[in-house]
Design a protein around this ligand. Structure first.
Ligand SMILES: CC(C)(COP(=O)(O)OP(=O)(O)OC[C@H]1O[C@@H](n2cnc3c(N)ncnc32)[C@H](O)[C@@H]1OP(=O)(O)O)[C@@H](O)C(=O)NCCC(=O)NCCS
Length: 89
């Protein structure tokens, strides 16, 4: 998936949480999410949904492997991983 947003008028009403749970229920593979490091609200949202921020030492490798983004965006991004991913590590 390239992007996923909740429409502004519907934010903070549980839509994002339900969407994330739905995705988790229809895939059996680990889920990694990339977001801007400055988006603290989004990082809180993913943490509250069971995701863990991947250490900086692993982030660059993951972003280069699974994303197509410029080097500057790698520096300013965080990767969050679900429980399935963490168990594989
Ligand atoms: C981040 C996003 C996907 C969350 O979806 P959502 O439908 O609002 O999420 P939920 O209602 O399930 O969860 C809300 C929780 O997320 C966090 N959160 C979401 N928006 C927030 C905001 N503007 N400020 C602070 N916390 C926020 C909070 O922990 C919030 O819980 P609270 O309302 O009890 O404080 C949605 O807000 C969004 O699309 N935002 C715009 C795009 C964006 O910021 N993307 C991330 C950076 S690329």
């Amino acid at each position: 998936m390239r992007h996923a947003y909740t429409a502004p008028s519907m934010q903070r009403k549980g839509v994002g949480t339900r969407l994330l749970r739905h995705v988790g229920s229809v895939v059996d593979k680990p889920i990694l999410i990339g977001t801007w490091a400055a988006a603290s609200w989004a990082i809180d949202f993913y943490r509250r949904n069971g995701f863990t921020v991947v250490p900086d030492s692993d982030k660059g490798h993951l972003l280069r492997t699974y994303w197509s983004i410029p080097a500057r965006q790698i520096e300013t991004s965080f990767v969050l991983a679900d429980e399935r991913w963490m168990k594989t590590q």
